[in-house]
Ligand binder design. Sequence first.
Ligand code: FES
Ligand code: FE2
Length: 352
Amino acid sequence: MPFLKNTWYVAANAYELDEGMVSRKICNQQIVMYRTSTGEIAALADRCPHRFVPLSMGKRVGDTLACGYHGLRFDSSGACVEAPNDDDSQKARACIKAYPAVERDAVIWLWMGQSELANPDSIPAFTFLSDKEKFGSCQGYSHIKGNYQLIADNLLDLSHVHYLHPHIHEGSDFSAFTNKVKLDGDTVWSMLWRHRYALDEKRQHMMGLPAEVEGQGHSRWDVPGVLLVDTALWEHGKSLEAPGSVETPSAHLLTPETEFTTHYFWASGRTFDIHNEAMSAGTAQMMKAVFETQDGPMVEAQQADMGASTDFLEHHPIILKADAAGVMARRILKRRLKEEARGVGDALVAAE
Ligand code: FES
Ligand SMILES: [Fe+2]
């Protein structure tokens, strides 16, 4: 299946660019990214047009990137600004592709399609990552050997939590939840409510909640595969808006590296003990372990069985009730791909 081009993909966690350049393959294209002195994000094809070596093997010179082989130098728009051993006519020919990129909510968003259609207003919000007054948070990355849509399926069907992660959430029996799936434009929501739940003592103490709570776990999916899981708990009989309720949203930002491999950028936020750095580090460690030793191996086994195919529905799986949101998301993506192939998507994106 081809990749959607006119959409925002997460290409990096913003902190990765604090240390310099990041070169990463996104949708089969190798891209080098760096932050300029004005804070803009430069994203360029990581391939020198002279001998096709990665520009990321070269070095930053101010806001430009100099190839490490013969010194061709490119600015953040991809224009060649210096050809040390040649004349200006070669310089003009040597320009490389630049991708629109923006930093928002602590991640780098990259537009893979037509630059003139790139509108940062269409980036889904993950405000818990930028609202430092309200949330403590952590971020991380896992590489998964499976198609990115398989991971979106996993996150839109949280009935797996009870079986795959019994130790992290004792109150995750799916049959005890009310589930509602809804569509808002091309955004899919799989909403879960747990009406009564006994919180263990450790969590009561940590979150400042009583023993009897209720809560929600709402998954929001947007193209191409960016998910917010909006989890919250509050005292039984009260509401999310009541003082003392606790929010623990998480972000699951899935970017295809290739058809069969995925960059999984994840993040978690919390409204309690927000300045506790050790707690943030512990949460990150736990999330990484869960994704890399529990969800990851399941998705990788699924991909291995599917072989060279990426369309799960073509394999005629049994569809269960909890699959509704995942199937809906797949249909939207398929429709958007078709529209893009026909040129319809361009008009839709421009109108967004
Ligand atoms: S390979 Fe880049 S300048 Fe020659
Ligand atoms: Fe999971």
